[in-house]
Design a protein around this ligand. Structure first.
Ligand SMILES: [Ca+2]
Ligand SMILES: [Ca+2]
Length: 211
């Protein structure tokens, strides 16, 4: 009996503590097509090339299609950094090239109470999205890992400097040492938000306004 009581109590505690009683609206993900071969899956910081159609849930009317508008060209965006709406950042993770998804995005993960352009306030949006291509973004985990020589998940000034030197050499540019130091200081002044002398993985992946 006592054990059951404590289980109930801890359940209630967890439920209140995490706000589980008032669930946050989530994006609904339906996978319409999954390719047979998947070499890699999308993750935060990747650049994604997508074709999409966007519809209003309330009447099913189309508000944008890359097939019709945008010169029939798919469009690039970076995943997970608020470049697109939150519904896309959350709904397009772990996706393969050639995969097709349907996302139902509540207003809070779309254009919210205000709306934007031809999107009226409080609109639930439906997107059909085809993933055409994935590229490592400039702020991908791959570039971070390449820079993080001692694998401690943060970048020191020395690691950033070595990476810059290597990049300059790769492009055939000769730059003197003091110029590298200036560049490194400039990068740290923008990226090291908590000024602990290191650029963390989180500080690296998220873009900053001043960039
Ligand atoms: Ca490091
Ligand atoms: Ca830092």
């Amino acid at each position: 009996m006592e054990a059951a009581f404590w289980t109930l109590l801890s359940f209630l505690f967890v439920a209140f503590g995490t706000g589980a009683l008032i669930p946050e609206p989530e994006v609904k993900i339906e996978i319409l097509h999954k390719p047979f071969i998947c070499r890699r899956k999308t993750k935060t910081g990747d650049m994604l090339l997508v074709h999409y159609e966007g519809f209003f849930e309330k009447d099913g009317s189309l508000f944008h299609s890359t097939h019709k508008h945008n010169n029939h060209q798919p469009t690039w965006f970076t995943l997970g950094i608020n470049e697109a709406i939150k519904g896309w950042d959350r709904g397009l993770v772990d996706m393969c090239v050639g995969e097709k998804r349907k996302l139902t995005v509540p207003p809070s993960l779309g254009y919210g109470k205000e709306g934007k352009g031809k999107i009226p306030p409080e609109s639930t949006l439906i997107f059909n999205i085809d993933l055409v291509e994935i590229r490592n973004g400039p702020r991908s985990h791959e570039s971070f890992q390449e820079m993080d020589l001692n694998d401690d998940w943060k970048l020191s000034r020395e690691e950033v400097k070595l990476y810059l030197k290597k990049e300059f050499e790769r492009h055939g540019a000769v730059v003197n040492d003091s110029h590298h130091d200036t560049l490194v200081e400039d990068i740290f002044s923008k990226e090291d938000e908590d000024t602990d002398g290191f650029i963390s993985a989180r500080e690296f992946v998220f873009e900053h306004d001043e960039l």
